[in-house]
Design a protein around this ligand. Structure first.
Ligand SMILES: *[C@@H]1O[C@H](CO)[C@@H](O)[C@H](O)[C@H]1NC(C)=O
Length: 144
């Protein structure tokens, strides 16, 4: 009996089993500029060691299973452990979102899997002000 097809099948099952053990929510989030954006990443795959969050392709925060959140240079980017979760779960918090925070948000479980979500940041106050003040000069520098 040829063992190779069986092995391939077994390996693909294994990969699938690992892949389905990770969740990133919500898949898509829209916030007003300046507001907080929160995403939750959870896994029931206990051997994980590190979780990295990326904005676009930029890693912005790492969480170690053993030591928790690795302090970030940017105080507006943090994470907290989810309350009431049976699985390992972390809530990623982006304080005072900017237009350039918009884009793909990725939760990467090192060497296990990664999941992606979309963050949309809407104009917010300055944009609204620019609309309301249209016709005035310097509308951007004088918030209404
Ligand atoms: C953090 O947010 C504040 C506004 O709440 C902003 O002034 C500051 O520049 C932000 N810090 C970084 C490093 O982005």
């Amino acid at each position: 009996m040829d063992i190779l097809p069986l092995l391939v099948l077994f390996l693909s099952w294994q990969t699938k089993a690992v892949r389905t053990k990770m969740k990133l929510t919500p898949a898509s989030l829209t916030v007003v500029r300046g507001d907080e954006a929160k995403f939750t990443c959870s896994t029931s795959y206990t051997p994980w060691t590190a979780m990295t969050w990326l904005l676009g392709d930029r890693p912005v925060l790492t969480i170690s299973k053993q030591d928790g959140v690795v302090p970030s240079l940017n105080p507006n980017i943090t994470a907290v452990k989810c309350s009431n979760s049976k699985t390992d779960c972390w809530e990623f918090i982006l304080r005072s979102t900017e237009r350039n925070s918009q884009g793909q948000v990725t939760c990467d479980l090192h060497l296990i899997d990664r999941k992606m979500a979309e963050l949309f940041v809407q104009g917010g106050r300055i944009h609204l002000c620019a609309c309301l003040c249209q016709g005035r000069s310097n509308e951007m520098s004088h918030p209404c």
